[in-house]
Ligand binder design. Structure first.
Ligand SMILES: [Zn+2]
Ligand SMILES: [Zn+2]
Length: 357
């Protein structure tokens, strides 16, 4: 089948619209893209020299929803189904996968890094791990009337913090602190609240904090107008007022900045958990011995296992995690302008590129 996509031939040089032949092989699905979210990671690949695993020329984009239009042997049952494509697709068969550690599967497929991604009309992915989406035209399935392009952000921005929250062991009533309430953190705040957490959102943008106060954050703190001491004091007072000790306080670094990382590390208390969800290529200096002294845990989080996706789709369709106020659909043909804009500063919402029909 002839498909087309936006190809990066050289970093920081406008992508070009190119056509190619693509056919689904055994176990593979060809997905017609409904929407593809633009992630901080795409900007890192495009502008900052973060290497993709398959060298350029390559099509970026790993936050995809769409419809399977063709499939190879063994995957025929997927044809015609609406799906969310997990940003990371583990092989499902290696020792890591069999041990439940698909996050570190050595042959995992990350569209837009290992293979051509979703900034195009179609992309080809392994069918294993695709997350089926129920029929959105049925009001019973979709009371909030979301469309398929909007669901693309589940593939990374919603699912990644979801897995981090699960692994932190967050229980209802525990305190969840998000350092950074942007693309990833904003959904993290909502997921943690939906799972019963008492959520603190820390960010540098007052508008964003006001929005998070409407969507799950019980306390918001501006890190531009509060120094670290003031932040720590407010977080402690909030936890104390709810009778939550430090060992039931989970910190999530979702800013992907060195300042955010320093703040998040500094907030760890006795028995606490820090989950590193954001990414920056820069280093930060921390007193690692605090982990020892506090018997605390610092954990990284890479993407989200496909097996968790159906529960996330449910949370979204039930309206427990709102997408619409947090995304900004744009025509896919504006991709070069969108990248340029995001390179100079964050957008109000996560931008979802929608192919022209
Ligand atoms: Zn991403
Ligand atoms: Zn594997």
């Amino acid at each position: 089948m002839q498909i087309a996509s936006w190809v990066v031939r050289q970093s920081a040089t406008p992508m070009t619209w190119e056509t190619r032949e693509e056919r689904a092989g055994p176990g593979e699905a060809l997905v017609q893209v409904a929407g593809c979210g633009v992630c901080h990671t795409d900007l890192g690949f495009f502008y900052d020299g973060v290497p993709t695993r398959h060298p350029f020329p390559l099509t970026l984009g790993h936050e995809v929803s769409g419809v399977v239009v063709d499939a190879g042997p063994g995957a025929d049952a997927w044809v015609g189904r609406a799906v969310v494509v997990p940003a990371v697709l583990p092989c499902g068969e290696c020792a890591a996968c069999r041990a439940g550690r698909g996050q570190v599967c050595p042959t995992q497929i990350f569209p837009g890094s290992d293979v051509d991604g979703g900034f195009g009309t179609h992309l080809k992915v392994p069918a294993r791990g695709l997350c089926p989406v129920p029929d959105l035209s049925q009001p019973a399935n979709n009371p909030h009337r979301l469309d398929l392009p909007a669901l693309s952000v589940i593939a990374d921005a919603v699912s990644t913090p979801y897995q981090a929250i699960l692994r932190s062991g967050l229980k209802p009533g525990d305190v969840a602190v998000f350092v950074g309430a942007g693309g990833i953190g904003g959904f993290g705040v909502q997921v943690a609240a939906a799972l019963g957490g008492a959520v603190v959102a820390i960010d540098v943008n007052d508008e964003r904090l006001a929005q998070m106060a409407q969507h799950g954050a019980a306390l918001t703190i501006n890190a531009r107008t509060n120094d670290f001491k003031a932040i720590k004091k407010q977080v402690r007072a909030f936890a104390d007022s709810r009778g939550v000790p430090t060992w039931r306080t989970k910190i999530f670094e979702t800013s992907g900045t060195t300042q955010g990382q320093a703040t998040a590390f500094g907030l760890i208390g006795h028995g606490g958990v820090l989950s590193v969800v954001g990414f920056t290529p820069q280093s930060v200096e921390v007193k690692l011995s605090n982990l020892m002294a506090f018997d605390a845990v610092a954990q990284g989080n890479w993407a989200c296992l496909p097996e968790h996706y159906p529960a996330i789709v449910d949370l979204v369709l039930q309206g427990k995690v709102a997408l619409t106020p947090f995304i900004e659909p744009r025509p896919m043909r504006t991709i070069n302008e969108v990248f340029e804009q995001l390179h100079h500063g964050p957008a109000a919402g996560r931008i979802v590129l929608v192919p022209e029909s």
